[in-house]
Design a protein around this ligand. Structure first.
Ligand SMILES: *[C@@H]1O[C@H](CO)[C@@H](O)[C@H](O)[C@H]1NC(C)=O
Ligand SMILES: *[C@@H]1O[C@H](CO)[C@@H](O)[C@H](O)[C@H]1NC(C)=O
Ligand SMILES: *[C@@H]1O[C@H](CO)[C@@H](O)[C@H](O)[C@H]1NC(C)=O
Length: 681
């Protein structure tokens, strides 16, 4: 190999999608850029190929470039190193390796771990076949780039060694020459290696830091493969081995609800005007009546205000009396009533000063009219049995000024009359718990607007979750904000979340909670936003990947706040169940509503139901009130969680205990009521 010729690197992208439509691939340009910018001008990376997720294709693409005269010096593959069924790259590559290079794996994992703990979920392979170094990189452009960058400086020397360049001539210039050739600066390179050994050597001892000092350049592992906990290079390990599980512990539903209750921010108290918008709010302080109701002595019938008394000296009310004034239920002065006079009065009108009672019009007879014939002049009262205070509503008989009319914690409902009560005593403003504003976000580059025109392209998925959740939030009487679809690129997700936190108190995301390489939400919350993930898995069906996090946030006024993020499963039915089960209680708590969440009822099973011995299960059912006076649960189909159709016609979630066996027809079970109970009586 001529000393001045470049090292040939081949890029093999392993992707079903990109093999059908190469325009979707972003890895090749990204990796070529790394070779050009970080490779010290040593690599020529023009050879590229895209193959589907198929072990034979992968192996052929590699051996074509390793077995024969025209070999390349370096092969980097991208993709297929995750835990999905289709991920077969390690299994395809491992049998081709003649000499393993665990040091390279180590270097890549250490660098990735510094970015995300999800690095432990990749399964890289590195080694030498014939004269070529082979390296498997993750499928995401960002992950592939970071991995390659972490080892590229050391690769040129390794490539030359692998290609059989005489090692004495290579070493002639000493470590400094090696490093210069590799494009690394002596002093910084030393520190670099040193740093790594300190920050990433947990559990596998010291000893990494002398890599360059004893004159043997190139990566060399100091631990044996079997001693290394990170990864298994066993080609038979397959997707069923370890690390399939998320690093977050599995919580029971009750434990998850406790976390939500413990970490949901305290309700904010605000002043609110007394108007229709108040309906649905909860009072944060007692409300006292500013004024009495009624504010004056009022008649409760149409009739005549009179002066009645048990006192023997006061004349009887029976007889003919002059009508001296008229009191209507309208604002204004009412002249005083004198002994021997009566005043016409309508219901609700104020009693004239001096009047004691009202006699109903039915107990009277009109005797004469005024000369113009327009008004009553004299009226005969037919009874003397009128008591003082009869037919009079006294001042404050409904509500006394200063009395507590509504208590802290009471809700202003549309049907409970609380609003009317506030209005009646002239309360114009009350303290309430501010209702949180809820933003709904979808994540994933494969997600497209649900109503986008045209057919879906391969890999595209219509966004059904966001519209479904927006409706659910609105349906539970909270303001819902559509946050759109966030890209899978880490920077984009972080920016979307930061923008969202300025607008909303609670963010609900869906999608991006699986174990795929693209689950960026958790690392973004923990690393970029400084948030805390309180749980990332719940033992339930459906809804296992449900995630709850809080993030500290300073608003524009510099006030510290806590924002809440829920990440719900990627299929609409599970998303709605987990919204009702986990998000709603948090929204209620933030609004001061108690008890939180859906109301729990007992229902009679109309059929046998199998239980799950491991996970709590929530079945959609139709609850019907029947003649026996009991609520009955009829299944709307005990179907799979992915079927949004199963939500149709269900008004409750049956809460199945975690047990072996079946619940029998006729047994009583808890259910959470989502909608109106249907009557079948
Ligand atoms: C490369 O390795 C394969 C498998 O070990 C072997 O059959 C082949 O001859 C080798 N080719 C060269 C050029 O060394
Ligand atoms: C290494 O890099 C530092 C900082 O860029 C520079 O000051 C130093 O001269 C470099 N050393 C060598 C050996 O190139
Ligand atoms: C729910 O949606 C309706 C219709 O768009 C809207 O009028 C109402 O204000 C929304 N409710 C809340 C609480 O935002």
């Amino acid at each position: 190999m001529a000393a001045n010729s470049k090292l040939r690197a081949a890029i093999i992208v392993i992707s079903e999608t990109a093999s059908k439509d190469p325009s979707t691939d972003k890895c090749i340009p990204t990796l070529q850029e790394v070779f050009a910018e970080d490779g010290g001008g040593i690599f020529d990376a023009m050879e590229t190929v895209i193959v589907p997720d198929d072990a034979l294709h992968v192996q052929r693409a590699i051996t074509q470039r390793t077995d024969g005269e025209d070999f390349v010096n370096l092969i980097v593959t991208s993709g297929g190193t995750g835990f999905a069924q289709k991920d077969v790259t390690p299994e395809a590559v491992t049998p081709l390796i003649h000499k393993h290079a665990p040091g390279l794996i180590h270097g890549m994992l250490a660098a990735s771990l510094a970015v995300t703990t999800f690095a432990i979920m990749s399964r890289p392979v590195a080694g030498v076949r014939n004269n070529t170094i082979i390296l498997t990189l993750p499928g995401s452009p960002k992950g592939a780039k970071e991995n390659l960058q972490s080892v590229i400086k050391q690769l040129s020397h390794a490539c030359q060694q692998a290609a059989g360049v005489d090692s004495r001539s290579l070493h002639a210039g000493g470590v400094q020459k090696l490093e210069r050739d590799a494009g690394i600066n002596g002093s910084t390179a030393g520190h670099h290696t040193h740093d790594h050994s300190h920050s990433h050597s947990h559990g596998h001892g010291h000893g990494h830091d002398h890599g360059h000092s004893h004159g043997h350049a190139g990566p060399k592992a100091h631990t044996a493969l079997e001693d290394r906990p990170h990864i298994s290079n066993d080609p038979n390990a397959g997707p069923t081995r370890r690390y399939r599980e998320s690093p977050y512990p599995m919580l029971s539903v009750d434990e998850a609800l406790k976390q939500i209750s413990d970490h949901t921010p305290a309700p904010k108290i605000v002043k609110a005007a007394v108007n229709e918008d108040l309906v649905g709010s909860v009072l944060a302080k007692d409300v006292t009546a500013r004024e009495s109701v009624p504010a004056f002595r009022a008649s409760i019938v149409d009739g005549y205000a009179i002066i009645a008394s048990k006192h023997v000296l006061v004349p009887s009310t029976k007889g003919v009396f002059p009508v001296t004034s008229i009191s209507h239920a309208q604002a204004g002065e009412v002249p005083e009533l004198k002994s021997g006079e009566i005043a016409r009065i309508t219901t609700g009108a104020p009693l004239p000063p001096g009047a004691t009672s009202v006699v109903m019009v039915e107990d009277t007879v009109l005797r004469s009219l005024t000369d113009d014939g327009q008004e009553e002049k004299e009226v005969e009262i037919l009874t003397d049995a009128i008591e003082p205070g009869e037919n009079v509503r006294e001042v404050g008989s409904d509500v006394k000024a200063g009395a507590v009319i509504l208590k802290k914690g009471e809700g202003i409902t549309a049907v409970g009359g609380e609003f009317g009560l506030l209005a009646s005593v002239g309360t114009r403003e009350v303290s309430v718990f501010q209702k949180p504003i809820v933003g709904v976000l979808s994540t994933g580059d494969e997600i497209v607007q649900h109503d986008r025109e045209g057919d879906l392209r391969l890999g595209e998925v219509r966004d059904t979750n966001r519209p479904t959740l927006l409706t659910a939030v609105n349906g539970s009487a909270f303001e819902a904000v559509d946050l759109g679809i966030a890209s899978d690129k880490p920077g984009a997700l972080e920016q979307t979340l930061r923008d969202a936190m300025r607008k909303v108190d609670v963010i609900i995301t869906s999608g991006g909670v699986s174990m795929g390489e693209l689950d960026l939400l958790k690392p973004t919350i923990e690393r970029s936003l400084g948030g805390t993930i309180h749980f990332g898995r719940v033992s339930m069906k459906p809804g296992k990947p449900t995630t709850f996090a809080t993030v500290p946030f300073k608003d524009n006024a510099g006030e510290r706040q806590t924002k809440v993020i829920f990440s719900l499963p990627g299929n609409p039915a599970s998303a709605v169940v987990t919204y009702l089960l986990f998000v709603l209680p948090s929204l209620h708590q933030m609004s001061g509503i108690s008890p939180v969440g859906l109301p729990k009822i007992k229902v009679v099973l109309d059929q046998d139901v199998r239980m799950d011995p491991k996970r709590a299960e929530y079945h959609r059912v139709m609850v019907v009130a029947k003649e026996d006076g009991q609520l009955h649960a009829a299944s709307t189909g005990f179907q799979r969680s992915s079927a949004i159709g199963s939500f149709k016609g269900s008004n409750a979630l049956l809460c199945l205990p975690t047990r072996e066996g079946s619940l029998k027809k006729g047994e009583k079970v808890d259910a959470l009521l989502m909608g109106k109970v249907v009557s079948k009586m």
